[in-house]
Design a binder for this molecule. Structure first.
Ligand code: 7PJ
Length: 286
């Protein structure tokens, strides 16, 4: 699905929850969701990740009905106006199936298809899947996370989930891995994951990293500035660049324009070629 795209890939976040991490539910209605999607497409986003369940620390679960109501109309609406690749951030088998029918391209599951029925739904959908590592669940995951060996524990988890996917009929080539920055990890563990990201490359799968505007970034910056919000964007962009230089193929971000620009400079330096190498193709349907 990604062959016509440049790498690294910028995944733009489209939250359709009333209590989203930083969007404050601003995109809760279809029109606003599509407007925000158009803006991200203009800014050069490669794939849009639509999520209807808040997985912020302490968040409580959402019903299947609610999630379907929030997510599917946005997938259908976006597919009508654009051929941009669409990812759906879900753990629910019903949402996976409906997302595939609505012509989504990727299932992004923070629970790595561990919910009952999710593996089979994902296999039947024929879509690519992103398997994210999370210790515990969103309600309790930030209460004293403990690992015997952080990187190895995550690697073992990835191997188990890859085996489960393959067993269910999901081809290896459709699997993306994500170490789950902020999901059952201390600040220091999050930093180590980014610093040692290349360790996960041995599994031979593309890596996705999401650190945009997360609390580890704000903790690093805490007290340095008056709180303008700008520093959280700059900090998130810096984190995304580090993730890419350490092997991430996909970065999941709120701030598309800033990330695309920063990555163009990063690529120019890495390749010693001044051209950003990014030719904007029209992704809007007329
Ligand atoms: C992630 C995610 C992440 C993947 C969220 C937030 C919290 N999916 N969904 N990776 N985070 N794959 O955006 O702050 O890190 S929700």
């Amino acid at each position: 699905m990604f062959d016509r795209l440049r790498t690294p890939i910028v995944m733009g976040i489209l939250n359709v929850t009333p209590d989203s991490f930083s969007d404050g539910g601003k995109f809760a209605s279809l029109e606003l969701a599509l407007e925000h999607s158009r803006k991200m497409i203009d800014e050069g986003v490669d794939i849009i990740d639509i999520g209807g369940e808040s997985t912020r620390p302490g968040a409580s679960p959402v019903s299947t009905e609610q999630e379907l109501d929030r997510v599917i109309p946005v997938v259908e609406g976006l597919r009508k106006i654009s051929d941009i690749p669409i990812s759906v951030d879900t753990s629910s088998p019903q949402v996976i199936t409906a997302a595939a029918q609505a012509e989504a391209n990727l299932i992004n599951d923070v629970r790595a298809l561990r919910r009952e029925g999710a593996l089979d739904a994902a296999a039947a959908s024929g879509l690519a899947v992103c398997l994210m590592h999370m210790q515990g669940n969103p309600e309790t995951m930030q209460i004293n996370p403990v690992y015997s060996d952080l990187l190895n524990d995550i690697k073992v988890f990835f191997k188990q989930r890859i085996a489960a996917c393959v067993g269910a009929g999901i081809p290896e080539e459709r699997i993306i891995l994500d170490p789950g920055f902020g999901f059952g990890k201390t600040t220091q563990q999050n930093l180590r994951i980014i610093n040692c990201l290349s360790e996960f490359k041995t599994l031979g799968k593309p890596l996705l990293v999401g650190l945009s505007r997360k609390s580890t970034i704000s903790k690093i910056l805490d007290g340095m500035f008056a709180d303008s919000g700008q520093e959280l964007i700059a900090g998130s962009v810096a984190g995304a660049l580090m993730a890419v230089n350490n092997g991430a193929s996909i970065v999941r971000v709120h701030d598309v324009a800033a990330t695309v620009a920063a990555m163009a400079v990063q690529k120019a330096i890495n390749t010693e070629v001044a051209a950003a190498g990014y030719v904007k193709t029209t992704k809007m349907n007329e």
